[in-house]
Design a protein around this ligand. Structure first.
Ligand SMILES: [Zn+2]
Length: 103
């Protein structure tokens, strides 16, 4: 099981986006990278198209190393250590080591 997955809310631990929080849009576990919503933006120049009639500069997310990301617990409102618990009803679950809630 990957440490983080699509839809998770994560906090950046280091680098220029340190302390920022966002939602995982995509994960490449093999490369150890993930795309986080509205984080690590870089500018791209685009031609006029139907999706982007004005053309010009658009900002797009660039992948961030997963090692720089930590899962944020919605209850604790901060990056937390992740543990796992196994139950017969719900299988393997990720839990917050701080408050014990499931993530
Ligand atoms: Zn928690």
């Amino acid at each position: 099981m990957a440490r983080i997955k699509k839809g998770d809310t994560v906090t950046v631990l280091s680098g220029k986006n340190k302390g920022k929080t966002g939602k995982i849009l995509q994960v490449w576990p093999g490369e150890g990278r993930a795309l986080v919503e509205r984080l690590n933006l870089s500018k791209h120049y685009e031609r006029r198209s139907q999706q982007n009639p004005a053309g010009g500069i658009v900002e797009r997310e660039s992948p961030i190393a997963i090692s720089k990301l930590a899962l944020a617990c919605p209850k604790c409102q901060k990056p937390v250590r992740v543990g796992y618990s196994t139950s017969e009803t719900s299988g393997k679950q990720r839990i917050c080591r701080s408050c014990g809630g499931s993530l």
